[in-house]
Design a protein around this ligand. Structure first.
Ligand SMILES: Cc1cc2nc3c(=O)[nH]c(=O)nc-3n(C[C@H](O)[C@H](O)[C@H](O)COP(=O)(O)OP(=O)(O)OC[C@H]3O[C@@H](n4cnc5c(N)ncnc54)[C@H](O)[C@@H]3O)c2cc1C
Length: 328
């Protein structure tokens, strides 16, 4: 059985990003289950030293590092031949990408170039003989399907936060192999980059998320949520309905077509708990819901639920939380 190859990613300054460790955790578990030959990580970019060391600490035994100034920014044309060269060199049985901007674009193109196929947006991975069973969401988040790629190598993209990383072990050792593959000529030119205007804790990284929905009734109510979130060191999220109404920035939307979060605590205020919303927060360790409808779907998922008008509950909740924070 061949190796499992993870395509890792690095941040703007070459720093490691969380999805790489999550993929390496998943690859390590799969490798054990299918009796594979180990886990390798491919990194493509301009500055990869930190990301390579982090990949080894996160479970990679070999890192294939393709470093070139022309690879500083992701471009399909420049990355594709390099990715194909790494796969040719490693000859893996399974290739994992994150379901990120890079993975969504590069994985299907790479699979096609390799004469194989891709299963996108895996929520869970399991071994069945030498095949990976990929569980993914379908019908707008209302059902799940299990698919396998029958051709080789099996290319899979994996949703962020769906897999646990291994505990980081900086004493692990591994090989770093320089890949000498020429970047392809880019036909597109990046003329600018705009960063989403968010302050405070990033939604993806938050251990507490306070989210509001259409039931808040007005955009001003998000100011209350922001105040509570600031006290808790939490991020503020929103349902799609609230974002579509222009009440909160789309960058803060939680759900199937928004950000996936899995904090320790998710507080859902006046959110119905539609399946598409739960696809983005169902992995939270604890969910607290405030909703005036006792039959709201959110109560099927939450650990603690308060059935009442949020306007009555929030002031009391805010006082209690302030006290809790003061007593910490
Ligand atoms: C393909 C597709 C993708 C989607 N992706 C997403 C996604 O990523 N994220 C997402 O969120 N949605 C998504 N949706 C939309 C989703 O189906 C729901 O429409 C949306 O989540 C509803 O948002 P909501 O719960 O805020 O609003 P509503 O469904 O209107 O629910 C409002 C809730 O507030 C409660 N309420 C009202 N007033 C009060 C009050 N005073 N106090 C307490 N409770 C009150 C009501 O009882 C109700 O439960 C998607 C839909 C589709 C088809």
């Amino acid at each position: 059985m061949a190796q499992i190859l993870v395509f890792g990613e690095s941040g703007a300054d070459g720093d490691p990003v969380a999805i790489t460790a999550e993929l390496l955790g998943a690859a390590t578990r799969l490798n054990e289950a299918i009796g594979g030959d180990g886990v390798a990580c491919a990194l493509i970019g301009a500055e990869l030293e930190m990301a390579a060391q982090a990949a080894i600490a996160a479970g990679a035994s070999t890192v294939y590092r393709a470093q070139h100034d022309a690879l500083a920014q992701y471009q399909t044309d420049s990355y594709l031949p390099v990715a194909a060269a790494i796969v040719e060199q490693v000859a893996p049985a399974i290739v994992l990408f994150g379901q990120t901007s890079l993975g969504r674009d590069l994985a299907p193109r790479l699979a096609t170039r390799l004469g194989s196929a891709v299963a996108m947006d895996a929520l869970a991975l399991a071994a069945a003989g030498d095949r990976v069973q990929v569980t993914r969401s379908c019908y707008g988040g209302n059902a799940r399907q299990v698919v396998t790629v029958e051709s080789d190598p099996q290319v899979v993209t994996v949703r962020a936060k769906s897999q646990d990383p291994l505990p980081e072990d900086t004493s692990r050792t591994g090989d770093i192999v320089a890949v000498d593959a020429a970047p392809g000529a880019a036909r597109a030119r990046v003329v600018g980059k705009e960063t989403a205007d968010t302050s405070g804790v990033r939604l993806e990284d938050a251990t507490i998320v306070v989210s509001g929905g259409r039931g808040l009734g007005a955009p001003e109510a998000f100011a209350d949520l922001e105040r509570i979130a600031a006290d808790l060191g939490a991020a503020v999220g929103a349902s799609r309905a609230a974002c579509d109404l222009g009440w909160y920035p789309p960058s803060q939307q939680v759900g199937l077509t928004g950000t996936i979060v899995s904090p320790e605590l998710y507080v859902a205020i006046a959110i119905s708990g539609a399946s598409q919303h739960m696809a983005g927060c169902g992995g939270s360790k604890n969910i607290i819901a405030i909703n005036k409808d006792p039959d709201a779907n959110i109560f099927r998922y939450c650990r603690f639920g308060i059935v009442d008008d949020y306007k009555k509950v929030l002031p009391q909740l805010e006082l209690e939380l302030k006290q809790l924070v003061a007593d910490r």
